[in-house]
Every structure is written in structure tokens, then in C-alpha cells.
Design a protein around this ligand. Structure first.
Ligand SMILES: NC(=O)c1ccc[n+]([C@@H]2O[C@H](COP(=O)([O-])OP(=O)(O)OC[C@H]3O[C@@H](n4cnc5c(N)ncnc54)[C@H](OP(=O)(O)O)[C@@H]3O)[C@@H](O)[C@H]2O)c1
Length: 315
């Protein structure tokens, strides 16, 4: 039996019940590719699932391997998988439906359509920081938001993993971007392309901004409730966390839509091109080893990471 190193969670909400161990490599379906993972990234969904916050919506069979995105090399191709060759550097989201688990391990089996060639200009650690956050941003801004050049967009939490990509994609598409962040991250989000920055701790955004075509709400709760007032009638609010407040959406004449990120190799290939052209940059806050996953999840749980935390899986 071929073994690999993997981080497995044995119990919700117990950081002590998370350990790196040797287990069998994942079985490969004919339409899948086995990727040797060099690095994986931490997303808020990882701590939410490990804590059991999402156990009703996304129940996990214990023990499970967390981790929704990765960068690595093609190790083996299933006989029906096409488009890649052994040894190619690739990145992507994992293929498991629901909570896309399995990336915090030396090998992950994924569908060919869910991965793309990794940006040649990035290291594995940098590339691992991209897929889940960048695809969420892409799908929120374009697929759900329908952003057009010249439109005004408000992106909440611009300094986070998703927000940083959303600002850059919107700016690239010719939109005028406003974002919310704390004062310490104002210069950072301006460098990413935000024309206006609102310090959400100092002012209520609805007192200083209005008439957006699109709001990307990556916070939910109160932030979503207060956001309907700043969208134009006929505009769109895209929410990534929580449920749409239909009564508020209707009262404001705004379309409220959810984004639930899906793996998409074709969109990732477009993101790769933007990164390699120097049009979009990545922001890695910190790189830690697989064994430090618990601390990395705790840091993500604070809700104040700038950019992305990455786990180095290969030595
Ligand atoms: N539906 C989906 O498919 C999907 C996919 C990906 C992510 N998500 C969800 O979307 C949310 C964002 O994800 P992420 O990866 O971007 O998270 P993240 O990287 O952890 O976001 C952290 C950032 O949020 C900022 N922030 C915290 N509170 C804020 C507030 N009240 N107003 C404005 N900014 C605030 C922080 O900036 P400061 O330090 O300056 O406060 C920090 O830089 C999470 O809830 C995640 O679970 C959903």
C-alpha cells in the first residue's frame, strides 16, 4: 500500500484532535488526476468546518482531511483524464462536492476540469494562495455581479483573501472600486487598485458612500443589512457568507444573490494569464508547515489576516 502524509481531523472543535499521519494515497478515478501537493492554502471555510460551524450544511465523515486548494505537480493521469502531462505544475480547487476537502495532504485526486497550469511567475506557495479565493472573487464579481466597465463596485473586506482578488479583477475590468478595511490596510488595498477606501472602524460606510452598481459582501450579518442602502435601485448585492436578506433586498429594489464557489479550470487559466502578465498579484501573509495547521486556522479565525496563509506540504 502506498502511503502519504496527511493532516486529519478526528473531532469538531478540538484542535488537539488534528494530527499529521501516514495514510493511503487517494484512490484515482479514471477521469481524475493525482496531484503531488507542494503547498495548500488556508481559507476561512477550513476553520469553520473544523470547528463544526457548518456541520449541518456540510457534515464531514471523521476523520477527514481539510483543505480546499493547492499547487503541485501532476503525478499520475487517470486513463480518461486529459489536458495535462506528468510533471506539469498545476493548481486548483479540490473536487469534493460541498466542502472541498483533501488538500492538506501530499497527494490529492482531482478532476482535470478543475485545475489549470500554475502561473509560471509564481512559486508553489504563491500559487497555492490563489484558487479558492480568486475563483470566489471571479464568480462573485463577474458571474453573480455581472460587472461591466465603468460601473461602481463596493467590495467589503478588501484586505482579505477574496477581497484582494476582487479589487484587482474589478479594476482590471474597468470598474471604479471602493473597499472597506481597517486603517492599517488602507495603503495595501489602494495598491491593489481601490480608488476609495473606507475605514470601517472609524465610519459607517453608508454615511460616506452610496449608489453602487454592485456590492460584494464578504462579511454578512450587520454589514449585509446596512449594504442594501448603498446599492442603486436595480443593482446587485452578492453575498458570500450567511443568507440573503430578501425583505431588505426587495425594499431597496436590489437583487440579492449568493455566491458558492465552484472549481473551474477555465477561469483559473484566465487568472493564470492575468498573473503572468503582471496584471494581478498575490499576497502571501505567511507560510507555515502542515504541522502548524492548527495555529494557521486560529489565525484565520481572527478574521484579520491580510492576504493568505499558506501551508507548505512538500519539504
Ligand atoms: N460562499 C463562498 O463560496 C465563499 C468562498 C470563499 C470565502 N467565503 C467567505 O467569505 C468570507 C471572506 O473570505 P476571505 O477568504 O476573504 O476571508 P479572510 O481572508 O479571512 O478576510 C480577512 C479580512 O477581512 C477584513 N475584515 C474583517 N472584518 C471586516 C469588516 N467588518 N469590514 C471590512 N473588512 C473586514 C480584515 O481586514 P482588517 O484586518 O483590516 O479588518 C481581513 O483582511 C469568509 O466568511 C469566507 O468563509 C465564502
Amino acid at each position: 500500500m502506498e502511503l502519504m502524509k496527511a493532516l486529519r481531523v478526528y473531532e469538531y472543535g478540538n484542535p488537539g484532535a488534528m494530527r499529521v499521519e501516514q495514510i493511503s494515497k487517494p484512490a484515482l478515478h479514471p477521469d481524475e488526476i493525482l496531484v503531488r501537493v507542494h503547498a495548500a492554502s488556508v481559507n476561512p471555510v477550513d476553520w469553520k468546518v473544523c470547528d463544526g460551524v457548518l456541520k449541518d450544511k456540510l457534515p464531514m465523515a471523521m476523520p477527514f482531511i481539510p483543505g480546499g486548494d493547492f499547487a503541485g505537480t501532476v503525478e499520475t493521469m487517470g486513463r480518461e483524464a486529459a489536458g495535462f502531462r506528468n510533471g506539469m505544475a498545476v493548481f486548483g480547487m479540490t473536487s469534493t462536492p460541498g466542502y472541498r476537502a483533501g488538500a492538506f495532504a501530499e497527494f490529492v485526486a482531482v478532476k482535470a476540469a478543475h485545475i489549470a497550469l500554475m502561473p509560471a511567475s509564481l512559486t508553489y506557495e504563491e500559487a497555492a494562495s490563489v484558487p479558492l479565493a480568486a475563483l470566489t472573487a471571479w464568480q462573485a464579481v463577474f458571474d453573480r455581479g455581472g460587472l461591466l466597465a465603468g460601473q461602481r463596485i463596493l467590495i467589503h473586506a478588501g484586505a482579505g483573501g477574496v477581497g484582494g482578488f476582487a479589487i484587482q479583477f474589478a479594476r482590471e475590468a474597468g470598474a471604479v472600486v471602493t473597499t472597506t478595511t481597517s486603517a492599517g490596510n488602507a495603503d495595501y488595498v489602494r495598491e491593489l487598485g481601490a480608488a476609495d477606501v473606507i475605514d470601517y472602524r472609524a465610519v459607517n460606510f453608508e454615511d460616506v458612500a452610496r449608489d453602487f452598481d454592485i456590492v460584494i459582501d464578504l462579511i454578512g450579518g450587520e454589514t449585509q443589512a446596512r449594504s442594501y442602502a448603498v446599492v442603486k435601485r436595480g443593482g446587485v448585492l452578492v453575498n458570500a457568507w450567511g443568507a440573503i436578506m430578501q425583505d431588505k433586498a426587495e425594499a431597496a429594489g436590489v437583487r440579492g444573490v449568493k455566491v458558492a464557489v465552484e472549481p473551474d479550470g477555465a477561469q483559473l487559466a484566465r487568472i493564470t494569464a492575468l498573473i503572468d502578465a503582471g496584471r494581478v498579484r498575490v499576497s502571501v501573509a505567511k507560510i507555515v508547515g502542515l504541522a502548524d495547521c492548527g495555529a494557521a486556522l486560529a489565525e484565520s479565525r481572527t478574521g484579520h489576516v491580510r492576504g493568505k496563509i499558506v501551508l507548505r506540504v512538500a519539504p
